[in-house]
Structures are given as structure tokens and as C-alpha cells.
Design a protein around this ligand. Structure first.
Ligand code: ADP
Length: 198
């Protein structure tokens, strides 16, 4: 199963991706996680990406396209994958198409978790509180100012990606305001429909 999860920061992509990993046995490819790993390891890429990410802006397309290109070669991607946080620009969506074409692969579905923008900041705050309560490390970009930049980047650069897939009749919208289990059930239904459409 090859799937793209779209949705603004705080939409619940990570939560749903983790459930899909468990249910379908395919890896979650999160460019955000890959970049945070590079930042933590202080690789040359991580050192360059850190400032951009902390501010809530997008890192250059070629950087994340390179990460995904390399990751798709891993044996664990042979059965499929869940792309979480990629593609985030139309240029990335076009590059993804080329990466898949080159491998003779196609996406089964593109799912967008639709959430009211007004709910996003509250979700981010809750995540910060939960992380602090659990003794974890709060993401540097989970502060009000960077979060606002992330939502703006989503609106300007990623919302057109939804339109891109909608124009190709590949997009399914899921109500991301519903309770977590209901979102999971709606995703399952959308995937069954996509698979039976072939
Ligand atoms: P969220 O979905 O909560 O905003 P992510 O973990 O997906 O968080 O991304 C965190 C940051 O990593 C983004 O704000 C951006 O700086 C960078 N990033 C992740 N994926 C991409 C991408 N596909 N293109 C450009 N930048 C990205």
C-alpha cells in the first residue's frame, strides 16, 4: 500500500500514520522525522536545516526529495509506505511522481485530514503540555510564532498540493475533527475503496 497523508500541522497525521504502520506493516516515511534525526546527529544537512525548521519555514525541495529518493530504495519500502509530511509543495508532488514512475510504482491513495484552522493552535498547545508532563523534549518549532509560520506555509505551499491531487481525482478528504478512532475508521474505509478501485 502506497499512501500520502496530507494535512496541516496538528491535523493528526503522525497519530494516524502510526496506526497505519501497525495495521498494514509498511513504514512511515516522515520527512519531519528524518530532518529532526539529521538535526540531532548534527550532520551537515541537519546543521543547515535546523534554523529553517525552528522558524517553521520549509526546507528546500531538493533536500527532502533527496531524502525520499534514498529512503524509497530501502528493502522495507518494497511492500509500500505511508508518506507523512511529503510532498509539501507542488514541485515535491511532481518529483514524487517521477521517483515512482522510475520505479514503476503508483500511489494507491492520497488522504487529506481536514481540520478547522482555529483548532490547530490548541492542538499544538495540548501536545506541548502532554510532552512536558511525560518528561519529553518539546519540539523547537512548537511555539506560537513558529507554529503560525508553519500554518501559513501550509496554506501557501501545501494547500495547492491538495488541489494538485484533487485535479487528478486522487484526493480523498477525511474529517480530521472527528475523534481519533473515527478518523482511523474513515481512513480504513477510504483505503478499502481505493484498493477496490484498483
Ligand atoms: P508538522 O506536520 O507538525 O508541521 P513535520 O514534522 O512534518 O511537522 O515537519 C517539521 C518541519 O520540517 C517543517 O516545518 C519543515 O521545516 C520541515 N519539513 C518537513 N517535511 C518537509 C517537506 N516535505 N518539505 C520542506 N520542509 C519539510
Amino acid at each position: 500500500m502506497r499512501l500520502v497523508l496530507l494535512g496541516p500541522p496538528g491535523a493528526g497525521k503522525g497519530t494516524q500514520a502510526a496506526r497505519l504502520v501497525e495495521r498494514h506493516g509498511v513504514p512511515q516515511l516522515s520527512t519531519g522525522d528524518m530532518l529532526r534525526a539529521a538535526v540531532a546527529a548534527k550532520t551537515p544537512l541537519g546543521l543547515k536545516a535546523k534554523e529553517i525548521m525552528d522558524a517553521g519555514r520549509l526546507v528546500p525541495d531538493e533536500v527532502v526529495i533527496g531524502l525520499i529518493d534514498e529512503r524509497l530504495n530501502s528493502p522495507d519500502c518494497a511492500k509500500g509506505f505511508i508518506l507523512d509530511g511529503f510532498p509539501r509543495t507542488v514541485a515535491q508532488a511532481e518529483a514524487l511522481q517521477q521517483l515512482l514512475d522510475r520505479r514503476g510504482l503508483a500511489l494507491d491513495a492520497v488522504l487529506e485530514l481536514a481540520v478547522d484552522e482555529g483548532a490547530l493552535v490548541d492542538r499544538m498547545r495540548r501536545r506541548v503540555d502532554e510532552t512536558v508532563a511525560a518528561g519529553g523534549e518539546v519540539r523547537a518549532d512548537d511555539n506560537p510564532e513558529s507554529f503560525r509560520t508553519r500554518v501559513e506555509a501550509y496554506r501557501a505551499q501545501t494547500a495547492p498540493v491538495s488541489a494538485h491531487y484533487a485535479g487528478r481525482s486522487q484526493l480523498t478528504k477525511i474529517d480530521g475533527m472527528a475523534p481519533i478512532d473515527e478518523v482511523t475508521a474513515a481512513i480504513d474505509r477510504a483505503l478499502s475503496a481505493a484498493v477496490s478501485r484498483g
